[in-house]
Design a protein around this ligand. Structure first.
Ligand SMILES: [Zn+2]
Length: 282
């Protein structure tokens, strides 16, 4: 990590980089989502199984009770199982009405909701993304929702804008959509959920092959592929994650604990004190 063992001013840290059911079941990679530290705010996107444990173990320290927002792209279990516990962290054990939840409507309402009503009542604000809506997260940080297509659930990617931070985007689980080339064209950095090496027509997931095609139409200088399926993270499949650069874009395969500086796009790797030892245990 950097000289003084701290995070850049504006950064993301990959808490977990596994994707798909077998990567999750075997915990070949963590499934804790992405931590964002930006404009003095802290947020978590898609906190799947193990997210809180890995946040508490993170080195340098991340403080779960200083979260300002909890954001879901969609409600599948590998993206959402720790959402309620992280809302509990954000709201100081539910004692303080605080923070923002950003989640699609089917994650919040209906019989199959994944964010409990109890948790929803604890947050100060709830935003429900719609395609093209711009969510004001606070301190100048805004997120534009981009509609995805993903196995019958509502799913959104986001484009983040903040003063002093180059525009960046995240593409979540989705069938590759023609609209992405237009919507993400101004992003200088993109984090993409890339689950398989080759395209699979019957599945609403992006492959390495399709991700590279998309990057050839965008202007991103740097990209990270994450949410990596078991086929690519097993020892026999690791070669799929080598030589990913395209003509325009430097591409890095994500690893758990990887940090991206959102201003310079410099990448570094951080450790964990595992088993989890949060600062108050040390
Ligand atoms: Zn999914």
């Amino acid at each position: 990590m950097s000289k003084e063992n701290s995070y850049p001013d504006n950064f993301i840290r990959y808490i977990g980089t596994g994707g798909g059911r077998f990567s999750m079941i075997r915990q070949q990679r963590g499934t804790g989502g992405i931590w964002i530290g930006c404009r003095g705010l802290s947020g978590i996107i898609d906190p799947g199984p193990g997210s809180l444990a890995h946040i508490c173990a993170a080195n340098p320290t991340l403080l779960s009770d200083e979260l300002d927002f909890v954001m879901l792209t969609h409600k599948h279990v590998d993206h959402s199982t720790d959402a309620n516990v992280l809302i509990e962290c954000m709201t100081q054990g539910g004692f303080e009405k605080k923070g923002t939840i950003i989640a699609p409507s089917d994650a919040l309402f209906g019989d199959d909701r994944v964010i409990m009503e109890y948790s929803q009542r604890r947050a100060e604000r709830i935003h429900i993304p719609r395609d093209g809506s711009v969510i004001d997260i606070g301190n100048g940080l805004a997120a534009e929702a981009v509609e995805h297509l993903h196995h019958g659930v509502e799913c959104y990617g986001y484009i983040f804008r903040a003063p002093g931070v180059p525009e960046w985007g995240m593409i979540s689980d989705s069938r590759m959509l023609p609209s992405f080339a237009q919507r993400y064209k101004n992003c200088e950095f993109i984090s993409m959920n890339v689950t398989f090496p080759d395209r699979k027509k019957h599945l609403d997931h992006i492959s390495i092959e399709e991700a590279k095609e998309l990057l050839s139409q965008l202007n991103a200088k740097n990209a990270v592929f994450t949410h990596l399926g078991a086929m690519m993270t097993s020892p026999e499949g690791r070669h799929f994650l080598e030589d990913l650069d395209t003509e325009r874009t430097d591409v890095t395969a994500a690893r758990d604990g990887m940090v991206v500086d959102l201003e310079t796009h410099e990448i570094s790797f951080c450790g964990e004190n595992f088993p989890a030892s949060a600062p108050w245990q040390r």
